[in-house]
Structures are given as C-alpha cells and as structure tokens.
Design a protein around this ligand. Structure first.
Ligand code: NAP
Length: 323
C-alpha cells in the first residue's frame, strides 16, 4: 500500500502529481495556516508531512504516531525540535542550494535599497514631495567599493559575497563558526572575528541560521561596535537579532539604517516602531519568493518526502537527524 502524506500548503500541480504517483495525499487548501488541532487530526494516520514553517515539536509528534518524515520547503529548519524528532526517529529534510541565488539577490536588494533609500524616495516622489533643489536631502550611501561583513558564510553567504566582490567591487570579510579557506581563495574574502567585523564594516549582513548559539547574537553591545554610518541587513531569521536593541540603535543613530526581510514575530505587528522609521526597509519574508525558486523548492521537498517514504535516505536529510 502507498504511504499517506499530508501537505499543509499549496504546491504546483506537477509537484503534487509527482507525490501522488508514490503516496496517498491529503492536503490543506486554506490561505491561512492550518489550525493546529486540525493538523493534529490530519496527522493521526499520516506517514509524511510536507510543510514550511509549521512548528514540529514534541506535542505534534505525540499526535502523529505513524509519522516517519517531515519535509520542509525551506532551507532553515529552526521550526524543527531536533531533540524531539531524534527521540522519535523522525526524519527531517530541508531544501538547500536551489534558493541560494534568489536569496542572495534579495540581500543585495536590501543593501542597495537601504543605502540609496529606494522605498523611502519612491514614496517621496509619489506623494508629490519632489521639488527642484532638494539636493543633499536625497543623498544616500555608496554600496560599491564599501566594506561588507557577512555573518554566516554558508551557501547563501557565498552567493552574496560573489555578487559583492565581483559586481560591486566590495571588500568582503566574514565571520563564521568555522573558517572557509576555499571561499577565501575563490572569492577573495577575509575571515574576521565578529567584533572586528562589526567595527570595520559599512554593511553587515546576517546569514547565520537560527540556533541556540545564534539566538540574539546581535544586540545592544554589537550595534554599539558598529559605525554610525553602517547599515544592518537581516535576511536569516528575526530572532538572530535583539529586535528592541535594533530599534534603539536606529532611533539613537548608533547605526544609520537597516534592511530587513525577517522579524521576531511574523507578520510584524502593525504598531511596530520599524513601520514608522524612514531608515528601515521592511520586506515581508520574501527571500526565496520567486515563482521559479519556490517551484524548485516544492519539487525538492517532494523528492525528499517520497524518497524517505520509499525506503531511501532522502537527499537533504538535515545533518542533526542523520545517523
Ligand atoms: P548554510 O549553508 O548552512 O550556512 C549557514 C552558515 O552559518 C554556515 O557557514 C555555518 O557555519 C554558519 N553558522 C552556523 N552557526 C553559526 C554560529 N553560531 N556562528 C557563526 N556562524 C554560524 O545555510 P544557508 O543555506 O546559507 O542559509 C542560511 C540561513 O538563511 C538559513 O538557515 C535561513 O535561516 C536563512 N534563509 C532565509 C531566507 C529568507 O527568506 N529570508 C531564505 C533562505 C534562507 P558552518 O559552516 O560551520 O556550519
């Protein structure tokens, strides 16, 4: 008999057809996230779950006694309770590589947008404020030839470094848990300790995954090390930064601006101070959100799911859950 799977988000037709060749599908078709109690009911007799950000914790696993694999359509897997999954022998997979260039493109868009005040000045033109002689009022900060510091020199970090080095002639340093000699040679990037990187960089891009070690890695002390002219970009996960400290650093002029794709709470509260700040560029967590890349991620997630349920080791089993 075919294994049973539950899909908690919309997938392209060809991806669903591929899964259906191997599995019996049940799915959630709502636009909002599936209510948790309903998800528990759906998982009572299910072998595989295809999701993106749904929290996979001990409570959910308790309600899913036949579950073998959770395939996430994301590269980050901070929504997996790895200890609970390991204890139950549940496989967990993600979708690395296929989104590197798309997310890196958005990191550059945030850098350029924050430095040249693109969203702010778009509003300025559209609301009729543009007058002759505005002059220095509209000035921004150069991206080309500036110093970029990347925190987390992984797959996406390298793609950002490549764009910055070879597209914008930037001087790139990185801080990472482990040294990356190959990236240093190939991309001409330099390893820095975190404090040194923060003090020297014109742009700091956060690209480390959210883990116990990176939770609020950047806070008040770290913003105070940065230059008053510097720009902070977060495209990893909101919780890697102390958001209140970021608000205060931007309000006090400790740093000049920020470009953000991710937040502590998503969607962001409508009364969040960021929404009133002209020096903060706010995007709605769209790092990988192009049609092509999301289709590629969906197909990779489907392949991971099917291979796990047909007796193979899925190609993107997350490291912490491999034996
Ligand atoms: P990756 O290849 O695993 O790279 C992560 C890098 O961070 C690795 O080089 C890793 O070092 C380093 N790292 C891990 N823990 C660290 C620590 N405590 N201190 C310093 N460095 C540390 O992952 P990726 O594919 O580049 O993705 C990075 C993150 O981007 C994802 O986890 C996700 O949260 C985020 N993301 C966001 C979006 C979005 O829509 N905004 C889209 C895609 C990804 P090692 O080499 O030593 O492991």
């Amino acid at each position: 008999m075919k294994p049973t799977v539950f899909i908690d988000r919309k997938l392209p037709r060809e991806v669903e057809d591929y899964i259906a060749e191997h599995c019996i599908i049940d799915k959630w078709e709502g636009n909002e996230s599936i209510p948790r109690q309903l998800l528990f009911e759906k998982l009572a007799n299910t072998n595989g779950l295809l999701t993106a950000g749904t929290a996979i914790d001990a409570e959910l696993l308790e309600r899913a006694p036949h579950l073998k694999v959770v395939s996430s359509m994301s590269v980050g897997y901070n929504h997996f309770d790895l200890a609970a999954m390991k204890a139950k022998g549940i496989m967990g997979t993600n979708t690395p590589h296929v989104l590197n260039d798309t997310v890196a493109d958005l990191a550059l868009a945030l850098m350029l947008g924050a430095a040249r005040r693109v969203a702010e000045l778009d509003r300025y033109v559209k609301d009729g404020s543009w007058k002759k002689g505005d002059g220095t009022k509209l000035f921004g900060i150069d991206v080309h030839h500036a110093k970029l510091g990347i925190i987390g020199m992984g797959r996406i970090g390298e793609a950002v470094a490549r764009r910055a080095r070879f597209g914008f002639d930037m001087e790139v340093s990185y801080y990472n848990r482990s040294r990356k000699p190959e990236a240093e040679e190939k991309l001409g990037v330099r390893y820095s300790e975190l404090n040194e990187l923060l003090a020297a960089s014109d742009f700091v891009v956060m690209l480390a995954p959210l883990t116990a070690e990176t939770n609020k890695l950047i806070g008040k002390k770290e913003f105070e090390m940065m230059k008053p002219s510097s720009i902070f970009i977060n495209i990893s996960r909101g919780q890697t930064v102390d958001e209140q400290a970021l608000v205060e650093a931007l309000q006090a002029g400790t740093i000049a601006a920020a470009g953000l794709d991710v937040y502590e709470k998503e969607p962001i509260e409508t009364n969040h101070p960021f929404l009133q700040m002209a020096n903060v560029l706010t995007l709605p967590h769209i790092g990988s959100a192009t049609t092509q890349t999301r289709n590629d991620m969906a197909m990779l997630a489907a392949q991971n799911l099917v291979s796990a349920l047909t007796g193979q080791t899925p190609p993107n089993l997350v490291d912490e859950l491999s034996v």
